[in-house]
Ligand binder design. Structure first.
Ligand code: IPE
Ligand code: IPE
Ligand code: MG
Length: 253
């Protein structure tokens, strides 16, 4: 009961008109959480799924249109094979377990990253859920899988070069907006808020271009311990910030 009450008051503190349109999250700390509990790293990843569900529910309920979750980076391929395999299996089972909930909550699933580098089983499951949810118009949930910002930027540069070479585009046309349209996030607004858990203060190759003016929020909590109240706390903090975009305070009035 007490929990329910405090959870409501936190949510009530949010200013509806000042909610971001896009939250991005670096979900970190599963391994350390498991170690604290005396379990394997895989045990940590499994317990991270509950945090994902709670976060997605909270964000959807607030009618925030976009949520991007960093689930597997290009660099994560360097982890022990057993961990990588377990993460891939967990991805397949979670996607399949959650399909009904996504449909019920009007959530559209998208994926960014080098999807072709994922095991075929993951690609198939992913494509199936993306296809089933494609007409949903509530929250767009974007999974960053085998994603890294430098990979994405290099891909964009290659495709821009091709279009210039083939006469589809002039060099003079290349500006910030044009460049953005070549990224995997072309139809997605830049995140206003980026959350990283587990007390690490780094970006780890996530959305480098898109977070140029994003507000950063760090928490020491490990990902499997994250619940909706933590998301509300991040949003309350975000709403206190003054986003100046190079201007001075007085110009914003
Ligand atoms: C985040 O938790 C999940 C992934 C990167 C896939 P970690 O697995 O990085 O957990 P820590 O950082 O080792 O505690
Ligand atoms: C970042 O976490 C990637 C994801 C959350 C998927 P890591 O745990 O891999 O980051 P580093 O390597 O410690 O920076
Ligand atoms: Mg980590």
């Amino acid at each position: 009961m007490i929990n329910r009450y405090s959870d409501m008051t936190l949510k009530d503190k949010l200013i509806k008109e000042k909610l971001p349109k896009h939250i991005a999250i670096i979900m970190d700390g599963n391994g350390r959480w498991a170690k604290q509990k005396g379990g394997t790293r895989i045990f940590g990843h499994k317990n991270g799924v509950k945090a994902v569900k709670d976060t997605v529910e909270a964000v959807a309920e607030l009618q925030i249109p976009f949520l991007t979750l960093y689930a597997f980076s290009t660099e994560n391929w360097r982890r022990p094979k057993t961990e990588v395999n377990a993460l891939m299996s967990l991805l397949v089972s979670s996607l399949s377990d959650e399909t009904e909930t996504l449909i019920k909550n009007n959530i559209r699933l998208l994926a960014i990253g080098n999807i072709k580098s994922l095991p075929v089983k993951v690609q198939d499951e992913l494509n199936e859920v993306i296809e089933i949810t494609k007409n949903n118009n509530g929250l767009t949930l974007i999974l960053a899988l085998s994603y890294s910002a430098r990979w994405e930027i290099i891909e964009a540069v290659k495709n821009i070069s091709k279009d210039v070479k083939n006469g589809v585009m002039n060099i003079e046309e290349i500006d910030s907006e044009k460049f953005s349209s070549y990224l995997t996030t072309s139809d997605i607004p830049n995140p206003e808020l980026l959350i990283r858990t587990s007390g690490e203060y780094r970006i780890s190759n996530f959305l480098l271009w898109q977070i140029a003016y994003t507000e950063l929020y760090f928490t020491n909590k490990l990902w499997p311990d994250i619940r909706r109240e933590d998301i509300y706390n991040a949003l309350i903090d975000y709403q206190k910030r003054e986003r100046r975009f190079g201007k001075i305070s007085e110009q914003l009035k």
